[in-house]
Design a protein around this ligand. Structure first.
Ligand code: DGL
Length: 275
């Protein structure tokens, strides 16, 4: 048993898709979430910058009493690759491995699509991770750089003409390949799930990287006997490097309801002093 919190971080709000699932499947766990909203997007930056930010985010998480750290960010996870020791002696997972395991288990025709930020697709990490599980899979990866600004600006409704047009432009080559499984390799993308699903059709299974990371963490903590022994509902403490009010307001779309918990501002100077 371990009553410490689970630490989750992302470049912004996308990692809240992981928090939503963690709270659903492990309601008694305490969660500490950090969204680096002052420095989002990560996905358009160089590998070196993303690695530096990731190091600082992990160092920030380690300042708290956490028993596991989840990088609920497709971009950070892809740049770190399959590095399981990114947080030193604290158990760590990105979204990469949990997501590809789920996708490989789901696909029937062996054709998987991957969408993510420019840095994620450039890294080729999802493809490499898939091949460690199954070498026979055909993979089509497409960067969708306009999806994150669409989500951040609330252009997400299934009838939103801009979102529909952008989705069609990005997803046409993947649809043409006949994939039956599509990895939403960026934790922002489940907010566009309806738009993406409508375009891809009902026979294509969408895999949410944030949710899969949460399920993976649950299985890991259960296997190591590290779940909390608390019987009451856990708390979620949020940290944001930009406006706390904006964080509160935007979080609702990701959490599927009102944000319950404290939101504390983190100065960027604090992050840069950590690593
Ligand atoms: N949530 C980030 C990810 O999963 C996307 C936003 C960004 O570009 O920082 O890749």
């Amino acid at each position: 048993m371990n009553n410490s919190a689970i630490g989750v971080f992302d470049s912004g709000m996308g990692g809240l898709t992981s928090v939503k699932e963690l709270s659903r499947i492990m309601p008694n766990e305490n969660i500490i979430y950090f969204g680096d909203t002052a420095r989002i997007p990560y996905g358009t930056r160089s590998k070196e910058t993303i690695l530096k930010y990731a190091e600082q985010d992990i160092a920030f998480m380690k300042k708290h009493d956490v028993k596991m750290i989840i990088a609920a960010c497709g971009t950070v996870s892809s740049v770190l690759g399959m590095n399981k020791n990114a947080a030193g002696d604290i158990p760590f997972t990105g979204v990469l491995l949990p997501t590809v395991q789920a996708a490989c288990a789901k696909t029937k025709n062996g054709k998987i699509g991957v969408i993510g930020t420019a840095a994620t697709i450039r890294s080729g990490s999802y493809g490499k991770a898939i091949r460690t599980i199954r070498s026979d899979i055909s993979i089509t990866g497409i960067a969708c750089p306009m999806f994150v600004p669409l989500v951040e600006n609330g252009f997400t409704g299934r009838d939103n003409p801009v979102a529909k047009l952008v989705a069609e432009q990005y997803l046409a080559p993947i649809k043409k390949e006949g994939v039956d499984t599509l990895i939403l390799g960026c934790t922002h993308y489940p907010i566009l799930q309806d738009v993406i699903a409508d375009y891809m059709g009902k026979d294509v299974e969408l895999i949410s990287s944030g949710s899969e990371a949460a399920k993976y963490a649950c299985a890991f903590l259960t296997g190591k006997d590290m779940l909390t022994e608390r019987t009451e509902k856990g708390t979620v403490s949020f940290y944001s490097s930009d406006s706390v009010d904006m964080f509160r307001e935007n979080a609702q779309a990701f959490l599927g309801g009102q944000l319950c918990g404290t939101v504390t501002k983190v100065e960027t100077e604090e992050l840069t002093s950590l690593a």
